[in-house]
Design a binder for this molecule. Structure first.
Ligand code: PGA
Length: 254
């Protein structure tokens, strides 16, 4: 089917032994495993078909006095190919701004990592009819002055549909289709087909280099309906990626 599945393990599992078992059970072409940093080094030798992604990176420098942080270069040198940028849990809990995400995107691209940029609205924003304005603002600020033809994944993740949120609401393929088409049109209307110096607010991103993922309470029962959305290249999955039987049913779809 030529689609991808990104497994965002978040702060799971609790031991390296469990991480190895999970990685072995998830090792499939088209899968990108994003374990906690601490497991990356071991897991790269445990997988043969899947790719390795990080859940975050620092936005400045290759090495330096940044306690607790990990640079793009460190990830690249370790054999990591992808990096999640701007997950809503980091935006909320760690106060990551769109300006920070813009820096993270730049360093990821400069290091040759494939970014997976998360875009999505909060429930209050949806309920007050601001979703489109939120997507527009997030894209404009996160992609500001980015000039590239490199592959970038944009993951549309409505924050209200993420399973770890209290009272998560199920999303529908109709809503996801609308959101992804809208975000796609934002990128296309502001992009150039070749890389030119971007003026303020104008993206220098080739639309053909952007691919879309969907994420938010995706599991083996609803995965096919989201994978079937025409512009969707794959899924960003949290909870269901931690359950091997569930994940294996999803891997059978790609
Ligand atoms: P979920 O998480 O699949 O558990 O909803 C998705 C995510 O947070 O990326």
């Amino acid at each position: 089917m030529d689609k991808i599945l990104v497994a965002n393990w978040k702060m799971n599992p609790g031991t390296l032994t469990e991480a190895i078992e999970l990685a072995r059970g998830s090792d499939h072409e088209g899968v990108i495993l994003c374990p906690p940093f601490i497991y990356l080094h071991t897991l790269k030798d445990e997988i043969m078909n899947a790719a390795l992604g990080a859940q975050d990176l620092f936005w400045e420098g290759e090495t330096g006095p940044f306690t607790g942080e990990v640079s793009a270069r460190m990830l690249k040198n370790l054999g990591v190919s992808h990096v999640v940028i701007g997950h809503s849990e980091r935006r909320k809990r760690f106060h990551e701004t769109t300006e920070i995400l813009n820096h993270k995107l730049k360093v990821a691209l400069a290091a040759g990592l494939t970014p997976i940029v998360c875009i999505g609205e909060e429930l209050e924003e949806k309920m007050s009819g601001q979703s489109e304005a939120v997507w527009q603002k997030q894209c404009a600020e996160i992609f500001k002055d980015i000039q590239t033809n490199s592959l970038i994944y944009i993951a549309y993740e409505p924050v209200w549909a993420i399973s770890t949120n209290k009272n998560a609401l199920p999303d529908t393929p109709e809503n996801a289709t609308h959101a992804i088409n809208f975000i796609c049109s934002i990128i296309s209307s502001h992009s150039t087909t070749s890389v030119i110096p971007a003026e303020a607010g104008i993206f220098g991103v080739s639309p053909s280099s952007i691919k879309f993922l969907y994420g938010g309470s995706v599991n083996s029962s609803n995965a096919a309906s989201f994978l079937d959305i025409p512009n969707v290249t794959g899924l960003l999955v949290g909870g269901a990626s931690l359950k091997i039987p569930e994940w294996q049913k999803m891997m059978a779809l790609i």
